[in-house]
Design a protein around this ligand. Structure first.
Ligand SMILES: Cc1cc2nc3c(=O)[nH]c(=O)nc-3n(C[C@H](O)[C@H](O)[C@H](O)COP(=O)(O)O)c2cc1C
Length: 269
């Protein structure tokens, strides 16, 4: 079973060490788990030119042809699970990761990674990890992935003998707490990877699904993609029994999104 690690950091330090620890935890389960570390800084990924051809027509019409995005996509799409890792850079993900997410934005329209169990790892010197996590959760959910859990780590509190000096220093209690959390999220991740059935979507997932479907009203490419997969009139990306509250919420969201699109169209016409 392959786990792809989408590594936003350009170096093999804090975020990498956390992913290695998760790898160690997963190896305790004795399964044949292979980690594929994708260091985005090692690839030539051109910046999005903003033409929107991938949304309107197809991702194969993207003008940034001579780069290495496709080789990353192959490695990512062939994984059973994904870990997205990033340090906080200026209160956001790193530029390398943002550039990659921008180039893969067509996935917000035509989801190719539905249900793939995903962990989010964020490291920081002190601040910004919550908003980076929230951003990554929204992005990965928007790609249809199953965000199982996350870990946010204040690196100077967690790593002993760190060369970088800062406000915080190593704290034994924090270290133990984070290690316990690493064990917990690794267990949750492996259980989800082994689950034969797909996860039951949360209210957040149903909200996202209905917002994402709104794109089919404005793009033929998206409409065809969703229609081919039978998602247009579904409650979620895949067949799953939802409880009464989630079903009603989904229907309410569908009507709300339809009304919002109709109002928007009226305004611009
Ligand atoms: C360019 C740059 C910007 C950073 N911005 C922030 C920041 O906004 N907030 C913060 O708490 N830490 C910030 N950091 C610190 C890193 O998030 C932190 O050291 C992290 O543990 C590094 O992880 P890595 O070793 O995986 O790259 C920044 C570091 C760099 C190099």
């Amino acid at each position: 079973m392959k786990i792809a690690v989408l590594m936003g950091s350009p170096r093999k330090k804090d975020s990498y060490s956390v992913c290695k620890e998760i790898e160690k935890q997963l190896s305790l389960y004795g399964d044949n788990i292979e980690f594929d570390y994708i260091f985005l800084n090692e690839f030539n990924i051109k910046s999005c030119k903003g033409c929107c051809l991938c949304f309107q027509k197809s991702e194969s019409d993207c003008p940034c042809r001579e780069d290495e995005l496709n080789s990353i996509k192959e490695r990512l799409f062939s994984a059973a699970g994904v870990i997205v890792a990033s340090p906080v850079y200026a209160y956001q993900v790193t530029g390398q990761l943002k550039c990659f997410i921008d180039r893969m934005s067509y996935l917000f329209h035509r989801q190719e990674m539905v249900g793939i169990p995903t962990l989010i790892v964020v490291t920081t010197d002190g601040g910004g990890s919550k908003q980076v996590y929230r951003y990554l959760k929204m992005a990965m959910s928007g790609w249809g992935m199953d965000v199982v859990d996350n870990i946010q780590i204040v690196s100077p509190l967690y790593f002993e003998n760190r060369s970088q000096q800062g406000v915080f220093e190593f704290n034994e209690r924090y270290y133990r707490r984070i290690n316990n959390k690493l064990i917990k999220i690794s267990t949750k991740f492996i259980e989800r990877l082994k689950l034969a059935d797909r996860k039951t979507p949360t209210i957040y997932d149903i909200f996202m699904f209905n917002c994402l479907r709104s794109k089919t009203y404005t793009s033929n490419a998206d409409y065809e993609y969703w229609e081919k997969r039978g998602w247009l009139n579904k409650e979620y990306f895949y067949e799953i029994k939802l409880n009464f509250v989630k079903r009603i919420f989904g229907r309410f969201m569908k009507v709300l999104v339809c009304m919002a699109v109709a109002r928007y169209r009226k305004r611009i016409n």
